[in-house]
Design a protein around this ligand. Sequence first.
Ligand code: COA
Ligand code: AMP
Length: 628
Amino acid sequence: MAGEAEALRGRAMTDPEGFWREAAHLIDWYEAPKTVLDTRLAPATQWFPDGVLNTCYNAVDRHFLAGRGDQRAICYDSPVSDTKRSFTYTQLRDEVARVAGALKRLGVGKGDRVLIYMPMVPEAAFAMLACARLGAVHSVVFGGFSGAELSTRIDDSGCKVILTASCGIEPTRLVEYKPMLDEGRRLAEHRVEHVVVLQRDQHLAILDNGEIDWAAFVEGAEPAACVPVASTDPLYILYTSGTTGKPKGVVRDNGGHAVIARLTMEQVYGRRPGDVWFTASDIGWVVGHSYIIYAPLLTGLTTIMYEGKPVGTPDAGAFWRIMEEYGVQGMFTAPTAMRAIRQQDPEGKLKARYDTSALEHQFLAGERSDPPTSDWTSALLGVPVIDNWWQTETGSPMCSNLMGVEALPMKAGSVTHACCGWDIRVLGDDGQPVPVGEIGNIVAKLPLPPGAFATLWNNHERYVSAYMEAFPGYYQTGDAGLIDADGYVHIMARTDDVINVAGHRLSTGQLEEILTGHQDVAECAVVGVADALKGQLPLGLVVLNAGCARAEAEVAAEVIALVREKLGPVAAFKNARVVEKLPKTRSGKILRAIIRAMADGQPYTVPGTIEDMGVLDQIKPLIEPNSL
Ligand code: COA
Ligand code: AMP
């Protein structure tokens, strides 16, 4: 109905208590919340603070009890290991209760942290849900991170148990987890009590450090019941890049998250209980947490868990094959994946082999979506392609077309309007609203809606200083953009040192810390160079110490290897150039914002305070968009 989306958003804005009280009925509570929102700890918001629930109960047991026991809950499809396995809601309940029982036997209880460092296998989903079942807090670490990154997460989370696997499978290699695990444990100060390793057929890890084999871990475990937890108790910690080397532990609560995950699955993504849904991402990212695991299961959907790449496994038709085989009605992935497919099969010849007629919508998020790719995808699939904008911190979309409510006309390059509960504004650096259509800092007015983070693990001060102080009363998203005359939101760039590589968020500050750790590097700047496939690619510009006579190529190769060792292959850091100087102001400040804009193809103005214009001219050809 015309105007329905606007009316709904308006209601969430003017009567948040009423709106979210009603939404809370979408899930089952042991004790229904009497209070809807509590802002006494502002800028943090506590949602449904006196409500008591269990997220796993809502995602698994509830459907089994309501007669969905025979419906497929998770379909695991892994072309890289040539495996397919499906689990009904009854089977999922049994698997999850058993893993929860096994964790309990190891001493894991409410509030304990469990680190999950696993590839896209069903056991990883069981592990997440098992933690939720016990009220334990999981922290999933993406497989492309190094042992060093693992160690910072072990220390910060203080995890009692690590659940891992013998290997991940990448197109060109097997990724052995054990060496990275050993390195992570060696570097960490915190001592983990137990490590459990799922042995995969492709590679058997040698368990020489007291690790427990997954088979023995679950053998004979007594199925565990759901433990009631407070709405505000943490469900998980997910680490994301900040502006420094120390990642930020975004904390997700139970109650607010369950409510908004369930609500958005229907409102934003248009899916109803019983539907089939496919998110091609990884459980190591927020998209994977929210829309591979929690939201689809909370809604009683069948969710596809896909282990593989969009291309090359076996070919660029992999997604279309899945659509046909499972009757996928809605799909979600990153624009990069579509660009990769388009690059290999521009005419859609592979698509023509499959019947994808069940598909109603294709959603894209995680990075800027370029209109040519969206248009190509839409024409190929014959369905609307919806760009939605959000972050690890928010847990669900801040802006999207609400496909389950009313499909509004789409605008190229726009993420449509704010979702229910989000009051999105554009402010200048002075904190004043910018005129309509002008670019500024995108902020969200407090209080943030359910599911958005209310703190950073072990670091509430950083929560306040990094997000809430620059614009009092607002959450600073770190993105820049505009709202046009029709109220459509456009996301243009980051305002900080975060870059986005193939939908993965990286901190250039963290990369710079690693590069300056090399003995021959005097100073450096890392920039995201615009790239036609991955959106951006990191490039390190390094200045060598005075008197360093080593071959430039040798140092460049070493810093590349250093990033892989310290951060991991996920950084896709394959380019480093030795330069004589970096462009600076006369007072010696590196002109990072300008280098960044040049590399990303954005407009920039050279300040009158520049020390030497010639330096800027020299680096320009090195960092031009699509130059890597
Ligand atoms: N475990 C270990 N290593 C991993 C990994 C994982 N789970 N995921 C990626 N890597 C490695 C890759 O093997 C690669 O290593 P290499 O340097 O040895 O080649 C490196 O990390 C970079 O990976 P990636 O950026 O993914 O590049 P790719 O060439 O392997 O694949 C795409 C390119 C576009 C196909 C891929 O990035 C993609 O599917 N992107 C979608 C993004 C996405 O799902 N984002 C989540 C947010 S919605
Ligand atoms: P992450 O927390 O890793 O999901 O990364 C969030 C960041 O990715 C956002 O702050 C944006 O910079 C970017 N991003 C996510 N979705 C979009 C989108 N639809 N359009 C533009 N940028 C996006």
